[in-house]
Design a protein around this ligand. Structure first.
Ligand SMILES: [Zn+2]
Length: 150
């Protein structure tokens, strides 16, 4: 508990200057502690605001994509929705990276042994076998979503 200003004034009125001085010292110390605490809290708020902003940004970014099955089999990727492409070319995003709130565009590669068309992630090294020997250019999510709903 910090000494009260009113009590210090009372002490001074009574002529208890030493006791008053002690309380003033306590008050100063308390003020410094509060200042420090205030600074730390401001830092914490700044960090949390930055995190919140990143989360909000990611949820906007995330909503531009849909999980699709563009090929035979169960292989899934995130595809850009044409409705939110804003002129950006169609592309596929690594589902593994996507779960970790990062976007990595998959790179088409040919499997050297059997010639299967793979989609590789340069970031997490995930490799998705499309089950095809060749695949065309990436397409927007809507195309695959329509197919799935038929
Ligand atoms: Zn990845």
């Amino acid at each position: 508990m910090l000494p009260k200003y009113k009590d210090i004034v009372e002490l001074l009125k009574k002529g208890s200057t030493i006791e008053a001085q002690e309380q003033i010292m306590d008050l100063r110390e308390g003020a410094l502690e509060l200042q420090e605490e205030n600074y730390e809290l401001k830092e914490k708020i700044r960090d949390l605001e930055a995190k919140l902003k990143a989360t909000e940004d990611w949820s906007i970014e995330k909503s531009r994509y849909a999980l699709v099955n563009p090929w035979r089999g169960a292989a899934q990727v995130y595809a850009l929705k044409e409705s939110s492409s804003d002129g950006e070319q169609a592309h596929f995003i690594c589902p593994n990276c996507f779960q970790n709130t990062t976007k990595t565009i998959l790179v088409p590669v040919r499997e050297p042994k059997n010639g299967d068309a793979l989609m590789n992630c340069p970031a997490c090294k995930a490799s998705i076998n499309t089950g095809y020997s060749g695949i065309g250019a990436a397409e927007y999510a809507e195309k695959f979503l329509e197919k799935a709903n038929k």
